[in-house]
Every structure is written in C-alpha cells, then in structure tokens.
Design a protein around this ligand. Sequence first.
Ligand SMILES: *Cc1c(COP(=O)(O)O)cnc(C)c1O
Length: 420
Amino acid sequence: MPQNHSQNKKFSTRIISEKFKKQDVHGAISMPIYRNAAFEFPDSESIAAAFQYKEEVASHTYTRITNPSVENLECKIKAASGAENVMALASGMAAISNTFLTIAYTGSNIVTSPHLFGNTFSLFNFTLAAFGVEVRFVNTDNIEEVASAIDENTCAFFCELITNPHLEIANLPEISKILKMRNVPMIVDATVIPWCGFDARKAGVDIEVVSTTKYISGGATTIGGAIVDYGTFNWAHNKRLSTVIKKDGMSQFSFKLKREIARNMGAAMDPETAYLQALGMESLQLRFEKMSTSAYDLAKFLSEQNKVVKVGYPKLESSPYKKISDSLFSGNPGAMLTFCLENKEACYKFMDRLQIIRRATNLFDNKTLIIHPESTIYGTFPPEMKGLIGIEDNLMRLSVGLEDVADLQADIIQALEDKN
Ligand SMILES: *Cc1c(COP(=O)(O)O)cnc(C)c1O
C-alpha cells in the first residue's frame, strides 16, 4: 500500500516508523536480508505484469534491478529527506557516476569547483572527459564566475556541501537563483551533513548524491551510495532527457536512471549492505548530533593549543564560511575539521603518537580518524594538479567519532608534547 510519508512526524520517528511496502509474511520487525538474485511468480500473467510495471506495488524481479531490502533503505531515505525518488547504489562513487551518466552527453559541460573528493575529480577530469564531457572549474565563492561558466550545454552545476579538506561552503541559495534563470540543475554531494542538519530543497538543491558509507552506514560497516531526487528540476531543458517522459511518479531523471542507466551500469547495492545501512538510518540523528557537537568542542580546544597554527571548522569565528554555515545548517556543521601544525614533519610525529585516534581514511565512522591528505589522498596526484587543488602539507583532517571528547582531548595533548 502507498506509504504515509507524513512530514509532521519528527526526523528519527519518520525513519523508524517507516512501513515496508509489503507486509512481511512472518511479521519481522526489521526488513529481512533478501539475499537472492531472482524472484518467482505464480503464473505467466503476473511475471509479465511485473516486467511491465502494471501492479500497484511494484514486484521485484531481479536484485540488480530492485530488491526488497534495498527498497526498504530507499524508503527510509525518502522518509528522512522528503525527496520524490531515491535510488541506493553500491557506493558513493556509483551514485555520482550514475547521476552524470544519466544527464551528461558529448559536448555538454559540468560547472564545478576543483575542490572535490579525489575520485569525483578524477571522474570529471579523466573518465567523463574521454566521452567528450567538459569540466569547467570555477571558484564557487565568486557568483559571477559561476554564472559566466554556464552555457546552453551545461548539464549541471555540481559542488560538495562542505569541501574536503578546504571546508568551503558555496552560497547555494544565491547560486540557485542563477541556475533557475538559466535552467541548470543544482546537484550537491551532501555526504558531510545528513538530512537532519541540512534542508536541501530549501537551499535550492535539485539532486543530492550521498556516500552512505559515511554517516548512514552506522559505523563504517559497508560501502554504499544514494541518489536523492527532489523532483524539482524540469528536465525538458536537458538535451538528453527532453524526450524522456515523466512517468510512474518519477521525474525524467529518475525514470532514465532507474529504468536504463543504473541497471546497465550494474552497481546495485548489496541486500546485506542495505540491511546494515537501514539500521544505521535509525540512529543517524543521534550519532550525527553527538559527533558534530564533539567536533565543535574539539575545534575550539585545538584553537587554544600553542602548537596548532590553524584550525578549520565552519562554525569557528575565524572561518569565512561561518555566516553561510549558520544559515544552511540547523545544528553544528558536521564532524569533519582540519588543523595545521608547523610543518609536515610535525604532523607525522603527532599522528604517530596518537593512541585513541586512528590513522585511517574515511569519514564519520564511530571511531575518530585522522589523515594527512597531501601525502595520502592526493599522494599520487601530479604536482600541477596538487597546485590546482591547493593542498597544504602541514594540514591534517580529523573525523570526530563517538568516543568521549575528554579522552580525545587527552590523546591530542599527549601527542602534541615534544618527547624527544
Ligand atoms: C567518501 C566520499 C565519496 C565517495 O563515496 P564511496 O562510498 O567511497 O564511493 C564521495 N564524496 C564524498 C564527499 C565522500 O566523502
């Protein structure tokens, strides 16, 4: 039966009380893991009806296309975001690549910041470039620069909600005004702030892409991604989607994505991943609020340490993005912060002395993680590209977890001490 996506229920209640599309035969209270490839049908008529989308509640036919456990996670993300359509995929990169494979065409361009997640940068700069898709890097702080990069073949404006590790925040409502006039969709990678802290629709975002590996997975359990379509963009303005029809409650974008692109690319989410991530969704708000409160505490704490030369966190008075951060986000701006020591050597020594904080990539695990981006994430980038991206070699990125903040402070203090 159609769900009641009541928006007057509060965030966590909406996620936890979301009902299955079809009643479980055993009354299981959590959606079971449907770990099977195919689904059988009682007769030829019903399998034909399923393939032709003729039933009221869509039946599943094959797990690369849809699966009940994956659909359950999609329903929870829909309940959380209030979006029109959600598609869960195998990774955040699958969400991003499938989005652009749906809207880009030879001769089209993407207007974006060069400050991107490493693989997104590589996707735009190398992978899509081979198919004649141009990437136009702009400074998203400069609205005129964004406006003048757009032309009739711009398939999207894209940015990350808070760039990593630069921690810049584009003025999405201002940029959205220009995009609306020019009929360009706004696509935002919102991995860093989940829906309880950021109202994407209000900010003018048409489509969100999310790495559910981060907050959603509930402690870095699994790799996953989601495409969240608010249904707000008129795709008649996209040369490739203008002939696609809006159908079955889907925008032209979601229709093409779900019925063609995603199933051809085959990066389906694994049902076991969906089970763990649906569980992660239920505690998302609780974890996000705790982690981001600790991150703000640690940002202030680090600012007071003599050996720390710079701290980056959008809510600090020292951040040029404080104003836009306060206006876009309802709570603290997430659990990612950066800080600089005197030089790279000092960073290495500091990291090697840590006892609670782990040296690992990834973000928004339950564990606090630290990384030196210049030598790791960007370690194999040629110098000219490092220059374009602008990575300082005395900067470390911290993703704050669920440990007690006093223990994290103690670990930082002992690691800052000069012991040799
Ligand atoms: C991790 C991350 C991705 C990629 O997600 P995967 O799940 O690792 O594929 C994309 N964007 C941002 C901002 C990320 O942090």
